[in-house]
Ligand binder design. Structure first.
Ligand SMILES: Cc1cc2nc3c(=O)[nH]c(=O)nc-3n(C[C@H](O)[C@H](O)[C@H](O)COP(=O)(O)OP(=O)(O)OC[C@H]3O[C@@H](n4cnc5c(N)ncnc54)[C@H](O)[C@@H]3O)c2cc1C
Length: 468
């Protein structure tokens, strides 16, 4: 008799696991049922800002694989608009509610993949019936926002609450649609994923495209007129608006898992081993935004909700479920984003993470250009490196600059992943031609500078930094 795999969550992690398992085991050996409470499978939430801006014309372009593809080509029984409401580990079954027709179904499983993603932070003031307040977690959320932006009266002003990368990308998208945009952020800087000196460069670029950034400002409520949002109330006064977009971060979606007794770690995510098996729960797997990962530099459990990890973790779970062998060793915190032409990349630890983890380090900031200075289109590029002292091992890196900045972080991520020292990095054989880099690549210039800082730091007890 065929075994049965039940998947909870039909996006990146869940469907990667399901399709990898199917590649290795056919229907006579493994039946696969996937429950998804939304209208879509395998969609790119990452593409939402570009659909909102109009750069991507059609929502369907963001759907990598539609439910029909999974049914017809992968023989996976996808149940859309079905929300799993309970997991019974003793009886090995899940209970799901049919959101459109009503009623409940029970589905037996031998193996379970929990891939329910993350829950967006929604403060009490945002829990409202008034029109014009939107999250951007799912394609359904984004569809509702698009309808509002295309509606009558056409919104002219927008407030984005939260200055993380999603808030920053949404602010840019709304500017590109012609709205006048204010970004409200409680912290002292947008883009808290990079150090304040690098975030200041991002803030300058955002202001340069007309975004009104209010940092150090908390939101306390909303005002409305005729059921439509009319202002965001902040502790610095009201900000009039026609639409509000929430980008306040997410937490792992673990409610169902916890109710079933699955373990949650210190970061709030489900605890898994490196093969994506839930710790202490045979036959139960978890992947994506709902799990915690090992940070390979700090050694700490972390929650890093990114599509890149969700896809890899889902694939690892699916290969193992299919009888193969695969592991997800951990993360180093690599991420990239952009604000119009400005690109932002980061990997490893920020200064505050390095301090919190007890590292002694030097940190340097090197100013350079993306191309040879004489080559048309040469623009500034700022590279920051954080290196352990006295060993010189790279601990973290950040880049802000114009074209070729974001993907240069990958060079640094590979160096960091492999435990290279900044001294070793100075000899890296990186490509050079005037259209792509100065003769000394910005990465090499920064590495040389870090070596100098390490030399200077010998015998000192405080972290050493420097700009240049
Ligand atoms: C606007 C935006 C931009 C982003 N940009 C990037 C980027 O540039 N790079 C990057 O790496 N990442 C980015 N991300 C993050 C990335 O989209 C997520 O990390 C990724 O989608 C996580 O995949 P997942 O499968 O773990 O979770 P999700 O994509 O959240 O999927 C979980 C699914 O489970 C379903 N579900 C939840 N509970 C139940 C239930 N009880 N029953 C049935 N179904 C359920 C949900 O409806 C959802 O479809 C972005 C996210 C957003 C919102």
């Amino acid at each position: 008799m065929a075994q049965r795999l039940v998947v909870i969550g039909g996006d990146a992690a869940g469907m990667a696991a399901a399709s990898q398992a199917r590649r290795r085991r056919d229907r006579s050996d493994l039946e696969i049922v996937a429950f998804e409470r939304g209208h879509h499978t395998s969609y790119s939430a990452c593409g939402i800002p570009y659909w909102i801006s109009g750069m991507v014309a059609d929502r369907d372009q963001l759907v990598a694989r539609a439910p029909a593809t999974f049914r017809d080509e992968f023989d996976i029984d996808v149940r859309l608009r079905h929300e799993v409401t309970a997991i019974d580990l003793d009886r090995r079954e899940v209970v799901a509610r049919d959101l459109d027709r009503g009623g409940e179904v029970r589905e037996r499983f031998d193996d379970l993949v929990y891939a329910a993603g993350a829950v967006p932070t929604k403060p009490a003031w945002a829990d409202t019936d008034m029109g014009g307040v939107f999250g951007v977690q799912t394609l359904d959320d984004a569809g509702a926002l698009r309808d509002w932006l295309d509606g009558d009266p056409t919104p002219r002003r927008a407030v984005v609450v939260g200055g993380g990368y999603i808030g920053v990308e949404m602010a840019e998208a709304l500017v590109q649609r012609g709205l006048s945009v204010t970004l409200v952020e409680k912290a002292d800087q947008p883009m808290a994923t990079v150090d304040p000196d690098m975030a200041a460069l991002v803030a300058t670029a955002m202001r340069g495209i007309g975004i009104d950034i209010r940092t150090g400002v908390g939101v306390t409520g909303l005002d409305q007129r005729d059921g439509r949002v009319s202002a965001v109330i902040t502790d610095d006064g009201p900000v009039p608006t026609d639409v509000v977009v929430l980008g306040l971060g997410v937490r792992p979606n673990t409610a169902l898992a916890e109710a079933a007794g699955l373990p949650v770690g210190p970061s709030g995510g489900i605890r898994v081993d490196r093969r994506m098996r839930v710790v202490g729960a045979p036959g139960v797997w978890a992947a994506g935004d709902c799990v915690e990962s090992l940070h390979l530099v700090s050694g700490l459990p972390v929650h890093v909700p990114l599509g890149t990890h969700a896809n890899k973790q889902g694939r690892v779970a699916g290969i193992n479920l299919g009888g193969g062998y695969a592991t997800f060793p951990g993360v180093i915190g690599t991420a990239v984003t952009k604000v119009c032409e400005l690109e932002v990349g980061r990997t490893g630890l920020r200064e505050r993470d390095a301090t919190a983890s007890g590292f002694e380090f030097v940190s340097v900031v090197a100013e350079s250009t993306n191309r040879a200075g004489y080559y048309p289109g040469a623009r500034p590029m700022t590279v920051k490196l954080i290196a352990e002292r006295p060993s010189g091992r790279l601990l973290g890196a950040q880049i802000v600059g114009w074209s070729e900045a974001a993907k240069r972080i990958d060079t640094l991520a590979v160096a960091l992943w492999n435990g290279m020292t900044v001294d070793e990095m100075t000899s890296l054989d990186l490509g050079y031609a005037p259209p792509y880099a100065p003769v000394w690549d910005p990465v090499l210039i920064a590495a040389r500078k870090a070596v100098d800082a390490l030399d200077r730091s010998r015998g000192q007890t405080e972290p050493v930094g420097g700009h240049g």
